[in-house]
Design a protein around this ligand. Structure first.
Ligand code: ATP
Ligand code: MG
Length: 371
């Protein structure tokens, strides 16, 4: 079986370091491994409109921002088809058919949708389009026959819903669709990266993000203001590492070589330390004597090690926006060709392919003649 990857992001803001560790970093690695037959990455503008219906300009402006973040992070349009969801009308048609395969109570049980409804304060006035977005996501995945979906942990219920739709479709209409598997980050800190405010999830909608395109002074200001351990009041106090967002980010980004390269961060006027690993740094923090500011300076350097080259690449792509749109247009064309092939198979299986079915017409002619 072909190995096909699909994943995407909502253009509700620029991409942040949560997206990077939760999915984007992995996509680039998978792309460069050369082991996959087809890779699709898409900008989910139609999905973003489901909860931003009165703000189309926000969605429109963020399509290019997300595309620039992709290119900056290393997605290569030669290897990865990058496209915009709304430009593939086949996806709407698939969603429409899949709606018959899912019950309202099943949708109501989706824990991520439940949390998001609460977060957005929809109460009773949930747009139907938002409520049903797991179905539309199943259309996005199955249209490309994707079997590998690299996403963050919050997407697990969506993948389960997609798998159920595939099983139901195939059992009713025949084996057309492919069941997707979720590919979660290996590092547990990356499953659901918390926000700089310590809240459970860094999210564009919560305003607690470090963006991939933030200038370095903004990154430093955000790191400096980060939530740590509220019990670590004096430098000499023992500190907690668990639930301390600065350490969670280090778990997600720090590599052993950083300790040699950024050793200066731990040289202070009053105290100096030498660490060779994150475990040694954590042990010292737990024991007390290590100030938050030193750890934050180190985190800043570690983040910049990833962000600075991305910023430089982004600045280059920003110089030629028409070329970025042209890349997207070509991606949409390629994506549409694949989605319409799947849709034709779906229509055949569902027996709504009247004009392509010569047998149906001849059978019925005979039937009526012989009446
Ligand atoms: P919104 O608030 O508009 O939903 P978002 O920040 O949740 O935006 P999405 O576009 O919904 O971002 O998610 C895109 C991808 O990034 C998904 O694969 C999701 O699992 C992953 N992701 C988003 N936030 C995080 C996070 N904090 N940690 C790990 N992965 C994340
Ligand atoms: Mg989200």
């Amino acid at each position: 079986m072909k190995k096909i990857i699909l994943t995407g992001d909502r253009p509700t803001g620029r991409l942040h370091i949560g997206h990077y560790v939760g999915s984007l970093r992995r996509r680039v690695e998978l792309q460069n491994s050369g082991e996959y037959d087809e890779i699709y990455v898409f900008i989910a503008d139609a999905q973003a409109l489901t909860d931003n219906i009165d703000n189309p300009e926000k969605v429109r402006q963020n399509v290019i921002e997300v595309a620039l973040d992709y290119l900056a992070a290393g997605l290569d349009p030669e290897k990865t088809t990058i496209f915009i969801q709304s430009q593939i009308p086949e996806l709407c048609e698939l969603s429409f058919y899949y709606m018959d395969l899912v019950t309202v109570s099943r949708l109501q049980r989706n824990p991520t949708v439940k949390t998001e409804i609460k977060m957005r304060g929809f109460n009773e006035s949930i747009p139907v389009g938002f409520f049903t977005y797991p179905i539309s996501q199943a259309a996005d995945i199955t249209a490309f026959k994707a079997n590998i979906v690299p996403v963050g942990e919050d997407q697990e219920p969506m993948l389960e819903q997609a798998r159920e739709i595939v099983r139901k479709f195939n059992s009713v209409y025949g084996p057309v669709l492919v069941e997707p598997e979720i590919l979660l980050p290996e590092n547990s800190a990356c499953l659901r990266l918390p926000g700089t405010d310590g809240k459970a999830k860094m999210s564009k909608s919560l305003g607690n993000c470090i963006y991939l395109s933030d200038p370095s002074d903004v990154v430093w200001a955000k790191v400096k203001g980060m939530y740590t351990d509220p019990g670590h009041l004096q430098v000499s106090d023992p500190g907690k590492v668990e639930g301390n967002t600065v350490f969670t980010y280090l778990d997600a980004f720090c590599r052993p070589e950083h300790f040699g390269r950024f050793a200066d961060c731990f040289v202070g006027k009053k105290q100096s330390f030498t660490f060779n690993s994150l475990d040694e740094l954590k042990d010292q923090y737990r024991a007390g004597g290590l100030g938050d500011m030193m750890v934050k300076k180190f985190l800043y350097e570690v983040l910049e090690d990833t962000l600075a080259p991305m910023r430089a690449r982004r600045a280059m792509f920003e110089q030629d926006i028409p070329a970025v749109y042209e890349m997207l247009r070509k991606g949409c064309e390629r994506a549409r060709a694949k989605a319409s092939k799947t849709l034709a198979e779906v229509r055949n299986a569902m027996k709504i392919n009247y004009f392509d079915d010569a047998e149906l017409i001849s059978q019925q002619s005979e039937m009526f003649k012989n009446k």
